[in-house]
Write a protein that binds this ligand. Structure first.
Ligand code: NDP
Length: 354
């Protein structure tokens, strides 16, 4: 059983030497009986790389909704796994599950974590033809995040204008497509490369897109937005923070909504270096609703979301692009890549073949 551990707390950008792949040790491929009742032994198939894992690598200084990783311990995160052995009443050997697991070949998941594993019933192994890896993305945590953030927090109306930052990523590519399905427009996204900008309009049905790193655009992000939204932005789906948040606030329409999903541009900065938001006056003058949210608060909506999105996946209405890194050994680099924009679409790691 090979494992990826966090070696020490991270300051600044995470690097490969902050993590270590420990060589495999033989483990019994069944529960020993010493585990608490309700435990499962799983073989991990896919692991999800998610931006929130970076704050978990910092030395814990304040209460957060996620706990910090412990140096020397296996990194944990979302994944897709096959149950090999179980003392859980509703999970049986052979079942496929998604939920919290370890960055290792095999994991023993104990209660209460094992109670949060979701059984996968639709996948490529049966007639549904839905890739199993989708449970790290569109059918997993990022999918529910996009659904809750857009439909519940933004309360979109047909014809409203929508701006999405980090728009080609795991969450952003879905928000754009959900916005078009809701009759919104114009729907505009920003991303950090020509390839990503191309995907936004050709695959993810955005009306327009721009590369925020282009010199002309980055020199004045507010002007870049004003060009695309001459009448202002009704809905801003915020994934990055920093200068982009300021530019978006400047361009919001009266009574606009800002769903604050994440602030990835700030995750590698010490508190003292974090960007100040200079345009908060716009919240008052434009009577904006700015609301943060986290996906775990909305888990109860998953069945509703899955029933809504599955037909769109099956008939090809909604597209989902993934970057798949091969092998557990590639997991640290894949995670680090998120903070340099190396992923195109949802970043995940294939640990073993289905
Ligand atoms: P992505 O798949 O979008 O990957 C991260 C992307 O962020 C990169 O590819 C890069 O894209 C962009 N990025 C990285 N650094 C910066 C930077 N300094 N400035 C601007 N952009 C940057 O990730 P997700 O879709 O999984 O997550 C998107 C956001 O949503 C994150 O902020 C995340 O924390 C948040 N989130 C929040 C959840 C919640 O419950 N509230 C749940 C899931 C995610 P590019 O090349 O375009 O710059």
């Amino acid at each position: 059983n090979r494992r990826v551990i966090l070696k020490d707390y991270v300051e600044g950008y995470p690097r490969e030497e902050h993590m270590e792949l420990l060589p495999g040790v033989e483990i019994p491929l069944r529960l020993t009986g010493d585990e608490p009742s309700g435990s499962v032994l799983v073989k991990n198939l896919y692991l999800s790389c998610d931006p929130y894992m970076r704050p978990r690598m910092s030395r814990p200084v304040r209460q957060s909704y996620t706990s910090a990783f412990v140096p020397g311990s296996v990194i944990t995160g979302y994944g897709v796994s096959r149950v090999l052995d179980s003392s859980h009443p509703s999970l049986n050997p052979g079942d496929l599950v998604w939920g919290f697991t370890g960055w290792e070949d095999y994991s023993v998941i104990k209660p209460p974590a094992s109670n949060l594993l979701s059984k996968i019933t639709h996948h490529s192994g049966n007639k549904d033809g839905v890739p199993l890896s989708y449970y790290t993305g569109i059918l997993g945590m990022p999918g529910l995040t996009a659904y809750v953030g857009f439909h519940e927090i933004c309360a979109p109306q047909p014809g409203e204008s929508v701006f999405v930052s980090a728009a080609s990523g795991a969450v952003g590519q879905l928000v754009g497509q959900f916005a078009k399905l809701a009759g919104c427009g114009p729907v505009v996204g920003s991303a950090g490369s020509a390839e990503k900008v191309g995907l936004l309009t050709t695959r993810f049905s955005f009306d327009a897109a721009f590369n925020y790193k282009d010199e002309e655009e980055s020199a004045d992000l507010s002007a870049a937005l004003a060009r695309r939204f001459p009448e202002g932005i009704d809905i801003y789906f915020e994934n990055v923070g920093g200068a982009m948040l300021d530019a978006a606030l400047r361009n919001m329409r009266v009574h606009g909504r800002v769903a604050v999903c994440g602030l990835i541009s700030q995750y590698n900065k010490a508190d003292a270096d974090k960007d100040a938001v200079r345009s908060l006056d716009a919240v008052v003058t434009k009577r904006l609703r700015v609301q943060g949210f986290i996906e775990p608060d909305h888990k109860h909506l998953y069945p509703q979301y899955e029933a809504w999105v599955m037909p769109y996946i099956r008939d090809g209405t909604i597209k989902y692009v993934e970057s798949v890194a091969e092998g557990l050994e590639s997991a640290p680099a894949a995670l680090i890549g998120l903070f340099h924009g190396r992923n195109v679409g949802k970043q995940l790691v294939r640990v073993a073949h289905e």
